[in-house]
Design a protein around this ligand. Structure first.
Ligand code: ZN
Length: 432
């Protein structure tokens, strides 16, 4: 038998109005299965750089590998291309799908490096085409074909170091665009039974259900977890009150912090996501809209950090910082005209809090009442006892800080798909 492995990548089929590349992948895979074609391993859902301005909603691409006889390859490609053409939002200007086929069982180093760049940085269509030519991958562009970037990147991500899973249940066409019908109590029960092997099911502060999206896409719900089995078990615990068209389980870089890199402040570039260590260098300010901004500095420079309004309670942590506190900031970097670069905080570790001191007026040595200040630098007096004491009589008290050292994160509603939830740090990945 003349068997071959064909790796397939798909990207940029959706728009803000609808569709989802994960759905295009699920349909294509089901069509292949109907022809008796089997997948090797799990299909991959790869989230790309979340700071890239040309991204669609979640900036995700998918890839999977099929094991076929050589003569079946043209038929497989035909099914994939036809599915993309049929389902992609081609009428939307910003939707520019791309498909990549790579007939190999391995992922060359160049493709891995390109993949990492697409998750952490920015790559062009030209770069993707040149790489495809070099490694012998076949790419198909629809319209501008920007999707070949993500299609190749999804093939090139081996998901070796860290990964999670997401089970996605899709709605039938007639229900798409209407409000999602899922029994909320069943989601709470599912969370009770499976957390932390599943995560981001509920908002910890509001109790709001987080598995259902709020976009017009075909997804009814997605359950994120440490292993495939748990996501399937959890799906059986969730009571859907509308029909489910199909299901898929993706292995994914969601929740892994793969987008983020350690950097000195002077190295930070717009569109990167970074981990920066330093000291708070300006007092947190609350700006119109309820956003909290402070500056931090290391030996190389100074940068702004922002906790935006949708991060809710997380802002209370940022608000209580003072100059000198030692912190590690995690987040995407935004460039704003005439403003310093700003880290849009995803997580914040507080390593050390500086003592905050407060001067307290002394007590009168005779009557024991609190003495009054005579003015700046003029000492204190008690009117009743006609006693005066010098400035040096004042007491310096250490104020109790309202925050402690530790790690803090934005709530699931404001979290990047790629950001590693703290619960994944506390409970390391379980084998499946
Ligand atoms: Zn007195």
């Amino acid at each position: 038998m003349n068997l071959a492995l064909l790796q397939i990548g798909i990207d940029d089929t959706d728009s803000k109005q609808g569709m989802c590349t994960t759905y295009v992948g699920a349909v294509a895979i089901d069509r292949l299965k109907a022809q008796g074609i089997k997948l090797e391993g799990y299909p991959k859902l790869i989230r790309l750089n979340p700071n890239w301005k040309l991204k669609t909603r979640g900036n995700c691409a998918i890839a999977f590998t099929v094991k076929v006889q050589k003569h079946q390859i043209p038929a497989v490609k035909e099914i994939i291309l036809h599915t993309v053409e049929e389902l992609a939002e081609l009428h939307i200007e910003t939707t520019n799908p791309g498909v990549a086929f790579y007939e190999s069982e391995r992922v060359p180093t160049k493709l891995r490096k390109f993949s990492k760049k697409v998750v952490q940085d920015i790559a062009t269509i030209d770069e993707a085409e040149a790489l495809a030519m070099e490694i012998g991958a076949e790419v198909h562009k629809f319209k501008l074909g920007r999707g070949i970037i993500g299609a190749l990147a999804a093939i090139g991500n081996p998901l070796e170091r860290d990964w999670t899973f997401e089970l996605i249940a899709y709605r039938t066409p007639e229900n798409r665009g209407t409000s999602r019908k899922v029994d909320a109590a069943s989601v709470v029960r599912m969370n009770d039974q499976t957390f932390p092997n599943t995560f981001d099911n509920l908002d910890p502060f509001t109790g709001e259900i987080r598995i259902t999206p709020h976009t017009p896409c075909p997804i009814l719900y997605g359950i994120r977890g440490e292993n495939a089995k748990t996501t399937l078990k959890s799906h059986k615990l969730v009571k859907a009150l509308e029909p489910i068209e199909r299901l898929i389980i993706y292995k994914t870089n969601q929740g892994t912090d793969e987008h983020i890199r350690r950097a000195k402040i002077a190295e930070v570039k717009p569109y990167w996501s970074v981990i920066v260590k330093g000291k708070v260098s300006s007092m947190p300010q609350i700006i119109p809209g309820g956003h909290v901004i402070f500056s931090m500095r290391d030996k190389t420079g100074e940068i702004d950090c922002a906790a935006y309004e949708p991060t809710r309670q997380f802002r209370d942590v940022a608000k209580k910082l003072v100059v000198g506190d030692k912190v590690v900031a995690y987040g995407g970097v935004k460039e704003k005209p005439e403003l310093p670069l700003t880290i849009n905080l995803e997580k914040l570790s507080i390593l050390k809090l500086v003592p905050v001191l407060r001067k307290v007026n002394p007590m009168c040595p005779r009557c024991g009442k609190r003495m009054k200040s005579e003015g700046k630098g003029k000492g204190y007096s008690c009117k009743r006892c006609k006693i005066r004491v010098p400035v040096s009589a004042a007491k310096i008290l250490e104020v109790k800080r309202e925050i402690g050292v530790g790690a803090f994160e934005v709530p699931p509603r404001a979290r990047r798909h790629l950001a590693r939830p703290l619960v994944r740090v506390a409970y390391p990945r379980r084998e499946y």
